[in-house]
Design a protein around this ligand. Structure first.
Ligand code: NCD
Ligand code: ZN
Length: 346
């Protein structure tokens, strides 16, 4: 027996669209989302208000006819970022948030921040005007184990920053550990977190046992099952500080299936379906709308979307195409290899 669930249209609070041929290929696959926070880690990165405005124009020009989608732009924080330019971009509605990548933390992050002191004037200005900082929360110290990088980032960078500048609104993106969840839950205000699909559905065993699966490799890396459990509990708790940010990050298949495969999971086509699956498994389908469609807009000070989507539950397992074709080559779609019973009605 099939059943359906009608929800306010969701938003994706962390999305990589890339540029040109890749962007054209992946953009239609975010069609269930009305808006998305678009990541600025292009080569070269989206740093200034002008960069963001021209990138937004390219996204809007690449949208298929009839796709109702609003890109919410972010500025890539560098040690040379100009506070006045950031404030002007926010005031003019060009940029929704600023993104902090510790230098070297992930794909295309070489221009990121090495010394937080150098960006304090920008962060102070953002705190004054209420502009959120989106954070890739991983320390890049080579001596720190990759599985500990989130927890160490919180202790060494994030917590000191928030004590120094309590008025700054911070989104901890793609939270992957129980430590991250606990840190957000302990904050009195000005801190929220997003979860990806893959960190809710999988843990590191799925990536590493019985063969190495490059399509599950992303940053921050999948963690152990106890962390996955903590994420699932927080995501389905109804706490408004937690919401979806898919971190859908397309790379051509050949770049993932390589001796040194790059980080990023392309989940956009299946994200809503898999989140419905997770919430059903946790007995929390009544809280799915909050996570997908309500908590994010409230945090970013935006209205909820007015449209709806319809989710269908099928008894027989649902399957999606294994990859999508783009002008930059095929991109493999996230497939955990576990039973999925949900799809979004088009
Ligand atoms: C992202 C990408 O490919 O741009 N990769 C990833 O594994 N998440 C970068 C990022 O958000 O860290
Ligand atoms: Zn990302």
């Amino acid at each position: 027996m099939t059943s359906t669930l009608t929800l306010t249209r969701p938003d994706d609070w962390h999305l990589h669209l890339r540029d040109r041929a890749m962007m054209e290929g992946v953009l239609p696959h975010s069609r269930h989302f009305a808006r998305a926070i678009v990541m600025p880690n292009l080569v070269p990165p989206v740093v200034t208000a002008v960069d963001a405005a021209t990138y937004r124009d390219r996204i809007l020009a690449a949208l298929p006819d009839g796709q109702d989608f609003t890109p919410l732009m972010t500025l890539y924080l560098t040690e040379a970022t100009d506070a006045a330019d950031v404030a002007a971009a926010h005031g003019a509605g060009i940029a929704t948030a600023v993104k902090l990548y510790p230098a070297g933390a992930t794909t295309n992050s070489a221009s990121g921040v090495r010394d937080i002191d150098k960006v304090m004037p920008v962060l102070e200005r953002m705190a004054q005007i209420g502009m959120p900082l989106c954070v890739h929360g991983e320390i890049t110290d080579a001596a720190v184990d990759i599985f500990d990088r989130e927890a160490v980032f919180i202790d060494r960078v994030l917590d000191p920053l928030r004590r120094r500048l309590p008025e700054l609104k911070v989104t901890m993106e793609h939270v992957t550990t129980a430590d991250g969840v606990a840190y957000i839950e302990s904050a009195e205000r000005n801190l929220a977190g997003s979860f990806t699909v893959q960190h809710l559905v999988l843990n590191r065993n799925h990536m590493l046992v019985g063969g190495i699966r490059p399509h599950f490799y992303c940053l921050p890396i999948l963690k152990r099952g106890t962390h996955q459990k903590a994420l699932r509990r927080a995501a389905t708790s109804g706490d408004p500080r937690f919401f979806v940010g898919t971190d859908s990050a397309p790379h051509p298949q050949h770049a993932k299936e390589a001796a040194c495969g790059c980080a990023g999971v392309f989940s956009a086509p299946v994200a809503v379906a898999w989140l419905a699956q997770v919430f059903e498994e946790e007995g929390a389908l009544d809280r799915l709308e909050g996570f997908l469609s309500q908590h994010g807009p409230a945090w970013y000070g935006l209205a909820q979307n007015t449209g709806t989507i319809e989710l269908v539950r099928e008894d027989a397992p649902v399957h999606f195409p294994a990859s999508v074709e783009t002008g930059a080559g095929p991109v493999v779609v996230f497939d955990p290899g576990l039973p999925l019973h949900w799809r979004v009605k088009d």
